[in-house]
Design a protein around this ligand. Structure first.
Ligand code: UDP
Length: 325
C-alpha cells in the first residue's frame, strides 16, 4: 500500500522567496508540490529545472480570481504557502492596484479555500506593516506608522488588510494560519530588474556603473539571507502548536544604505561612483526586527553573516550579468 505524500501548494512559487522555498522542501522531505503563479513578477526560469525533472507541477493561476477557491478545495492540500504579491517597491509602485488586490483578494480566496478543512496556511506579511517606524526595534506588538494614502500604501495597507482578514477568519472559523512578517531578504533568484537595493548595487558595481543611493543613504535596513528566512518559515509552519499571531523573520544586523553601497563596491573592487538621488516617497528611515519571538518559539536565529550571504548573491548575479569581465 502506498502512503499518500503530503500535498503542498505554493502560491507565488516562481518568485524570489517562493522558488527558494521549493528548493528547500525538495531537499527536506517527500512532498507532492503544486505551484500557482501568474508570473507577473515571478519568473519561470527560477523553477524550470524542477518542472523539467517532474518534481513540481506548475499552474499559471491568478490568485485574485474567485474561481481559485473551488480549484484549491478540490485538491485537498495539506499545506498552502502564500508568497504571491509584488514585493519590491519598484514593482508595487508600478502596479499599485494589482498589488493591493494580490494581497487582499489573494488571501481572501485562500482563507475561503481552507475553511472547514485541516489545511494549514502560511501567509507572508512584511516589515512594511510597521511603515516608517517610530521605535528602533520593531516588535510584533508595535502597531506601526503607515501613511494610508501614500504611494506605498498599496503594499503596506494591502498587507495590513490581509492580516486583519486573517485574524478575523481565525476568530470566526478557527482556521490554522501562520503569518510571518518578513524583513529585507536577499539571495539567489532575486530578479535582476526589481530595483531592490542589494540587487541594484551588485549589478551596478559589477558593471562599474554609478551606484544609486536614493536620499542621503543614512536610512537603515537589516538584511537576512534567504536560506535563514526560509528555515524560519518552515519552522513556523511545522510548529506543532498553532501560532495565532504574526512572527517577525529577519536579521537584526542593521546597516545604513551608504555602508551597503561601500561594502559591495569594495568586495567587487569596482570603479563605480556612489551617487545620491532624490529619496523615495515615504521611504522608511529605519528598520530592524525584534526577533525574540521567533527565537523563543522555534529556537531560530539567522546563521549567515552579511559577508557570506553577499558573496553567494554576487556569485548568482555574476552568472546573470553578461557584461561582467
Ligand atoms: N535604495 C537605494 N538605491 C537603490 C535601491 C534602493 O538607495 O538602487 C534604498 C531605498 O530607497 C530604501 C532601501 O534602499 O531606502 C531599501 O530599498 P529596497 O527597495 O531594497 O526595499 P525596501 O526596504 O524599501 O522595501
Amino acid at each position: 500500500m502506498s502512503i499518500r505524500k503530503n500535498k503542498v501548494l505554493i502560491v507565488g512559487g516562481a518568485g524570489f522567496i517562493g522558488s527558494n522555498f521549493i528548493k528547500y522542501l525538495l531537499n527536506n522531505g517527500d512532498y507532492e508540490i503544486v505551484i500557482y503563479d501568474n508570473l507577473s513578477t515571478g519568473k519561470l526560469e527560477n523553477i524550470q529545472n524542477f518542472i523539467d525533472e517532474n518534481k513540481i507541477i506548475f499552474n499559471k493561476v491568478d490568485i485574485t480570481k474567485l474561481s481559485v477557491i473551488k480549484k484549491i478545495r478540490k485538491q485537498r492540500f495539506d499545506y498552502i504557502y502564500n508568497f504571491a504579491c509584488p514585493a519590491s517597491p519598484k514593482f508595487y509602485l508600478m502596479n499599485p492596484i494589482a498589488t493591493w488586490k494580490a494581497s487582499v483578494f489573494g488571501i481572501n480566496n485562500l482563507l475561503e479555500s481552507v475553511i472547514g478543512t485541516k489545511t494549514k496556511l502560511f501567509h507572508s506579511s512584511t516589515s512594511e506593516v510597521y511603515g516608517d517606524p517610530l521605535i528602533p526595534n520593531q516588535i510584533e506588538t508595535y502597531w506601526g506608522n503607515v501613511n494610508p494614502i501614500g504611494v506605498r500604501a498599496c503594499y503596506d495597507e494591502g498587507k495590513r488588510a490581509a492580516e486583519s482578514l486573517i485574524y478575523d477568519y481565525i476568530r470566526l472559523y478557527n482556521v490554522d494560519v501562520r503569518v510571518a512578517r518578513i524583513f529585507n531578504t536577499y539571495g539567489p533568484n532575486m530578479a535582476e530588474n526589481d530595483g531592490r537595493v542589494v540587487s541594484n548595487f551588485i549589478i551596478q558595481a559589477l558593471n562599474n556603473e554609478d551606484i544609486t543611493i536614493y536620499g542621503d543613504g543614512k536610512q537603515t535596513r537589516s538584511f537576512c539571507y534567504v536560506d535563514d528566512t526560509i528555515q524560519c518559515i518552515y519552522k513556523l509552519m511545522m510548529n506543532s502548536e498553532k501560532v495565532n499571531s504574526p512572527v517577525n523573520i529577519g536579521n537584526p544586523n542593521e546597516m545604513d544604505i551608504t555602508t551597503v553601497a561601500e561594502y559591495i563596491r569594495n568586495v567587487l573592487k569596482s570603479n563605480s561612483k556612489i551617487v545620491n538621488y532624490k529619496a523615495m516617497s515615504d521611504d522608511p528611515k529605519i528598520r530592524r526586527p525584534d526577533i525574540t519571538k521567533a527565537k523563543q518559539l522555534f529556537n531560530w536565529e539567522p546563521q549567515i553573516p552579511f559577508c557570506d550571504g553577499i558573496a553567494k548573491t554576487i556569485d548568482y548575479f555574476k552568472k546573470k550579468v553578461d557584461t561582467y569581465e
